[in-house]
Design a protein around this ligand. Structure first.
Ligand SMILES: Cc1cc2nc3c(=O)[nH]c(=O)nc-3n(C[C@H](O)[C@H](O)[C@H](O)COP(=O)(O)OP(=O)(O)OC[C@H]3O[C@@H](n4cnc5c(N)ncnc54)[C@H](O)[C@@H]3O)c2cc1C
Length: 284
């Protein structure tokens, strides 16, 4: 289908974009890579009167070192994220997950900020961002505010970003030297995950000292498997060594049931994938 008619503006600065948002309010939609928004417009699930394209705002692109964190500009593509040396060194989990997003075509257009702002519970980047304790920098007419990962994902396709605000960058605390693995379960290559598990682990001589685990598609938002994380401290870095901790992966989750699998099947997948992801992250 062809989208409903809309007007289009492509500002060259965040200030101009915020001004356009203030003028057009809830009649406007922000466009980043368009990989989620354009299908929505084509299916006429949304028909904004204005589309505000961020594509000409170069300040929103790129990755930089900021001391104890790396900062990823919202408009940085998945392709650029997965090939960045800072991401590989300090946030390996983000690289591993970005590599699993869709296919090469989508990764060249889709953006890091767009995927997180879209907040699809099956999106591959939410759980890693949550597990790493990311901070989301959001610009609005009153200035800039920073929202922690625990408060950013509000519900299905809903984040802390207001209608008159723009996600400008995401700060990822450095996890230098931590192993990482993103275990994604799909029926067909390049699909959204039925369930996925994001694990990053600090291991010392075959023993896990600290672990962070995020779950994809196990509820209406990405989830942190805190019970697993606590149980992993001191575990042996192998599939057998982490089995008991991984069995807690589905505790407190509320996964959907759909044509890809029942909630019960997803709970089972979460424990299996957690075991594999943690063991792989720990090098076991
Ligand atoms: C065929 C296909 C397969 C895919 N498979 C996967 C997959 O396996 N895993 C996965 O994770 N994703 C997948 N995606 C989605 C892909 O990751 C998109 O890149 C992502 O969901 C949206 O990013 P975007 O830059 O294209 O954003 P857009 O589509 O441009 O925008 C998405 C939404 O976020 C809002 N938005 C965008 N940027 C900002 C911002 N800076 N501030 C505030 N709001 C903003 C928009 O208004 C819109 O509502 C797939 C997409 C396609 C087309």
């Amino acid at each position: 289908m062809i989208p409903a008619r809309f007007d289009y503006v492509a500002p060259t600065s965040v200030e101009e974009a915020l001004q356009a948002l203030a003028e057009h309010g809830d009649e406007a939609k922000i466009l980043a890579g368009g990989q989620s928004l354009l299908p929505v417009l084509r299916m006429r699930l949304n028909a904004p009167e204005w589309v505000i394209d961020l594509g000409k705002i170069d300040a929103l692109r790129g990755i930089r070192d900021d001391g104890d964190a790396i900062v990823i500009g919202a408009l940085t593509t998945h392709h650029d994220v997965m090939h960045d040396a800072l991401v590989e060194e300090h946030a390996l989990l983000i690289k591993k997950a970005a590599t699993e997003v869709a296919d090469a075509q989508v990764r060249h257009r889709g953006t890091f900020g767009g995927a997180l702002a879209h907040a699809d519970p099956a999106g591959d980047l939410g759980a890693p961002a949550l597990a790493l304790g990311a901070e989301f920098v959001i610009a609005g007419s009153g200035g800039t505010r920073t929202v922690g990962a625990d408060d950013f994902f509000v519900d299905l396709f809903e984040t802390a970003i207001g209608e008159d605000e723009i996600l400008t960058e995401v700060r990822i605390p450095k996890h230098t030297g931590w192993g990482a693995h993103y275990a994604k379960f799909v029926r067909v290559a390049h699909q959204w995950p039925i369930v996925a598990v994001a694990a990053t682990v600090k291991a010392d001589g075959g023993t896990i000292s600290e672990a962070r685990v995020g779950l994809t598609n196990m509820g209406s938002t990405p989830l942190r498997a805190r019970g697993v994380e606590e149980a992993l401290a001191g575990a042996t870095a192998s599939e057998d060594g982490v089995r008991e901790a991984a069995a807690k992966a589905a505790d407190g989750t509320n996964p959907p049931s759909d044509l890809n699998g029942s909630a019960e099947y997803r709970r089972h997948l979460a424990t299996v994938l957690t075991r594999r992801a943690v063991a792989a992250a720990a090098g076991g």
